[in-house]
Each structure stands twice: as structure tokens, then as C-alpha cells.
Ligand binder design. Structure first.
Ligand code: NAD
Length: 275
């Protein structure tokens, strides 16, 4: 018996990093998972991993910033698995500069992916959830649904060089608090997890110090300079960065029945980091 047997989850940016670990964890607890990523290759690989382990998953590739995406994503859950119980808004990347060098393009891209895309997904989910709740109440059943939005310590405490990202990730916290109030009547728990330093490709330090990722044709510089990384690690009370599995653990636990009375909260998963 898994904690999430019979539930259906949708996870954005689940082809690698933290999102991948979240998808694997939810599936291991019995959830059907819709796996999104920009390209079908990483999404299909995660679907294959879940299927090999005996779980149920389907890919829904595409960019979360595409205006048509939210309806298609929610529709994949209802069309393939007949419902929608868990929404994890995780997809995103960083595109850093100090404010005087930050372009409108940089600002808009980061606010779109981290804030507008989750807003659209949640908006598209509302009619599905309200209809399901109405039908369940007619038969005398009560179902808890879960939303976990991914934020960052940059959104909670601020971070030099990330005015776009920290603004978007703060916005995610505000959106979480508001939706916890709007969706309490549907028994939807809406929470947020703000990560500190988790080891993924966003925070890698390649030997040549020059990591870029391809986001819809744009080459975006990611990674952290090794000196800064060492300093950042020294600020973490647990003395080390977190793994994607540890990060996913804090997301997954908010989807379990044990968390049915937690809503509107932001958990900082940062090894004790405070500011
Ligand atoms: N790694 C950290 O230290 C850290 C810290 C704080 C917050 N976060 C947040 O955690 C989340 C996951 O990051 P990660 O570290 O696992 O990074 P990652 O790069 O390993 O994984 C992110 C995934 O999101 C996908 N993605 C990016 N833009 C997308 C789009 N437009 N549509 C669909 N998919 C898209 C990428 O292709 C990638 O597979 C992000 O929201 C990030 O901001 C990470």
C-alpha cells in the first residue's frame, strides 16, 4: 500500500533534477504521474524509469510558458488517469545579472516560467477540481488534494544577482497563501517549498566553470563559481548542499495524508539556512 494509491499527480520540469526525484517518489507511493519537461527525451526517460519500477506515468512534453500548455497538461491527467489530485509547480531555471545589467527579456522570461506558468496551471485546474469535489460531495466522499509550489531561499531572503528570480519566487509564496484561502473550501492544501542549495545542474560547477543550458534556443549560463559555492556551503548549518532526493522528500511529504491539515505554508528546505 502506497500513501498515494489511486491519486494522479502532475509535475512540471520533471525530466531531471528535483522534479525528476519528485516524480519518482510520488510514483513509488502509488500515484499516477504526468511527467512534463521542455523536451520529450528527458520526460520519456523518467516515464520509462517509473514504468520499469511498476508505476504508472505518461509524458506531457512542452514549455510551461506556452499559453496552451496548462490546459493540455491538466487534460493529460484527466484524459489518461481520470482525475487530478496533486499539482507540483517545479519547472524553471535561473538567468542572473545585477539589476543594472538585467534586460527586460531576462526579467520577463524568469517571471513567466516561475510565476505566470504556475498561475496558468492552477487556473486551468480549478474547474476540474471544483467539478470533482461537487461529484464527490454528492456521494458523501471527501478527498484532500495537494498543490506544492516550488520557491527558493532567494524568494524568502533575497539573493544578489537574482532580482528577477527572487521576485518571481517571492510571488510564488504570495500565490500559495492566496490559493490556500481560495481553495480551502475544496479541501485543497496549497503549500510551498523554498529550496536552499540543492545539487542539480542549476548549481553545478563544471571544471571549465562554463555551464550553459538550452532553454528554447537560448543558451543560458548557469552554475555557481566554486569559490562562491564553498562560501555558500559554509553558511549552511548542516554543512553540505542537499541532494535532489532530499529536496523531493520535502515536497512529497506535503502530498501525504499526514499533511492533510497543513496549508498556506512555506517550508525552507535548506539544511538550516536562515537568510
Ligand atoms: N537547485 C537548487 O539549488 C534550487 C534552489 C532553489 C530553488 N530551486 C528550484 O527548483 C526547481 C527545480 O530546479 P532544479 O535545480 O531541479 O533544476 P534542473 O535544471 O535540474 O531541473 C529543472 C527542469 O525544469 C525544466 N524546465 C525549465 N524550463 C522549463 C519550461 N519552460 N517548461 C518545462 N520545463 C522546463 C528543465 O528542462 C529541467 O529539466 C526550479 O524551480 C528551481 O528554481 C532549485
Amino acid at each position: 500500500m502506497g500513501k498515494l494509491d489511486g491519486k494522479t499527480a502532475i509535475v512540471t520540469g520533471a525530466g531531471r533534477g528535483i522534479g525528476r526525484s519528485v516524480a519518482l517518489k510520488l510514483a513509488a507511493e502509488g500515484a499516477n504521474v504526468v511527467v512534463n519537461d521542455l523536451d520529450s527525451t528527458p520526460a520519456d526517460q523518467v516515464v520509462a524509469e517509473i514504468t520499469r519500477a511498476g508505476g504508472n506515468a505518461v509524458a506531457c512534453a512542452g514549455s510551461v510558458v506556452d499559453p496552451e500548455f496548462a490546459e493540455r497538461f491538466v487534460g493529460t491527467a484527466t484524459g489518461t488517469f481520470g482525475g487530478l489530485d496533486i499539482i507540483i509547480n517545479n519547472a524553471g531555471y535561473t538567468w542572473d545579472s545585477v539589476i543594472q545589467k538585467m534586460t527586460d527579456e531576462q526579467w520577463d522570461a524568469i517571471v513567466e516560467v516561475h510565476l505566470k506558468a504556475p498561475f496558468r496551471i492552477l487556473r486551468a485546474a480549478q474547474p476540474v477540481i471544483s467539478k470533482a469535489v461537487k461529484a464527490e460531495r454528492e456521494t458523501g466522499t471527501e478527498v484532500n488534494r495537494k498543490v506544492v509550489n516550488i520557491s527558493s531561499v532567494a524568494g524568502v531572503f533575497g539573493n544578489a544577482g537574482q532580482v528577477n528570480y527572487s521576485a518571481a519566487k517571492s510571488g510564488v509564496i504570495g500565490m500559495t497563501k492566496t490559493l490556500a484561502k481560495e481553495w480551502g473550501r475544496y479541501q485543497v492544501n496549497v503549500n510551498c517549498v523554498a529550496f536552499g542549495f540543492i545539487q542539480t545542474r542549476l548549481t553545478t560547477t563544471p571544471a571549465d566553470g562554463d555551464a550553459t543550458i538550452d532553454i528554447e534556443g537560448r543558451q543560458i549560463k548557469v552554475g555557481v563559481n566554486p569559490h562562491l559555492l564553498e562560501m555558500a556551503t559554509m553558511m549552511i548549518p548542516l554543512g553540505r548542499p542537499g541532494t535532489p532526493e532530499e529536496a523531493a522528500g520535502s515536497v512529497a511529504m506535503l502530498t501525504y495524508p499526514e499533511a492533510d491539515y497543513i496549508s498556506g505554508q512555506t517550508i525552507v528546505t535548506g539544511g538550516g539556512l536562515e537568510g
